[in-house]
Design a protein around this ligand. Structure first.
Ligand code: SIN
Length: 317
């Protein structure tokens, strides 16, 4: 780890944001390029080439990345040979980090890292949340303050499968018929971590039963169905099949039908970028702009990634 990164204290992740550099250690700008990914829809997805995330990020480089994040929503940093501590340090440049409710699957040295892994430990227990993201969702949308963005760093990749799909929710909103946009204006929806939890446990019996303390930590939250991104000012659909349980103020069948219509609309191929993982990729996506989905890994193949999740603002219409 570099001397500058050592000045961060990751154990104080919530108290000490934004990070401060020690006197005389202000980082230098790096020489890097940002190129839209070739096979994505619209503006979705860009590769950041030549930036070394093991080095501390200068303010100028941070600003470039932030502009690119607001424009492309999914940034792909290739070949990042970084430690978990360096992932935490880079993630903390964007805001306080959120600790996932399933403490069982934290990285042993870094509680800010959720292990997205289907690997079993020596005792045969799952070391990570191997079935994370099998329904379309925006991370932690069930919180009062959902996630600004998530960072996923590849540790071990399968020889086939294991892709992650991203769907652009600005483009999805903009493509709605005008009458439907009018209907959605002002509507609020409930987001619940518990909505599909028991169904996921049936498919993956190793998933732990939630304790009363864990259930208390994931009380449902209510957010606008259409949000305005605080950075780029664009409107986005903010509902997902994984966490959105109902639209407030509508009859149950009307709410269900409208949500089904929006779920189907929001993930059509013209809005989607499929990320095919390469070794040491780091992908940083904007949970206010995209939904994502783990496309699935053959059960006999190992897949392991480290996820950090940055807290965002309370969503606004
Ligand atoms: C997630 O939903 O955070 C995990 C996505 C993936 O494993 O591809």
């Amino acid at each position: 780890m570099s001397a500058v990164l050592a000045t961060y204290d990751s154990s104080r992740h919530l108290q000490s944001w934004p990070p401060r550099f020690a006197r005389g250690t202000v980082p230098k700008a790096q020489d890097f390029e940002i190129q839209p990914v070739a096979d994505a829809a619209g503006n979705l997805g860009a590769e950041v080439l030549g930036l070394d995330l093991s080095r501390p990020l200068s303010d100028a480089d941070f600003d470039r990345l932030q502009q690119a994040h607001w424009q492309h929503h999914v940034l792909v940093f290739r070949d990042q040979r970084i430690t978990p501590a360096q992932q935490v340090a880079f993630s903390r440049r964007w805001g306080p980090l959120q600790i996932h409710v399933l403490r069982q699957f934290q990285h042993p040295g870094h509680p800010e890292i959720l292990q997205v892994s289907n690997v079993r430990n020596a005792q045969g227990q799952p070391e990570g949340l191997g079935d994370a993201g099998q329904l379309w969702h925006s991370d932690l949308s069930y919180k009062e303050k959902p996630s600004l963005g998530s960072l996923l760093h590849a540790q071990e990749l399968p020889s086939e499968g294991g892709d992650t799909l991203f769907a652009d929710q600005h483009a999805a909103y903009e493509a709605l018929p005008e009458a439907l946009k009018q209907r959605l204006a002002g509507l609020q929806a409930e987001h619940s971590y518990l909505l599909h939890y028991e169904a996921l446990r049936v498919k993956s019996p190793w998933r732990p039963a939630l304790t009363p303390a864990q259930i208390a930590e994931v009380q449902p939250a209510v957010h606008p169905v259409v949000t305005t991104h605080p950075g780029n000012g664009r409107k986005a659909l903010f509902v997902s099949e994984h966490f959105t349980s109902r639209i407030l103020g509508l009859a149950e069948d009307e709410s269900r039908d409208l949500l089904q219509q929006l779920f189907a609309h929001s993930v059509q191929p013209q809005f989607v970028y499929r990320h095919r993982w390469q070794p040491h990729d780091m992908v940083f996506w904007d949970n206010r702009s995209v939904l994502h989905l783990a496309a699935g890994t053959p059960a006999h193949l190992r897949r392991k990634l480290y996820r950090t999740t940055v807290e965002g603002d309370t969503p606004r219409a």
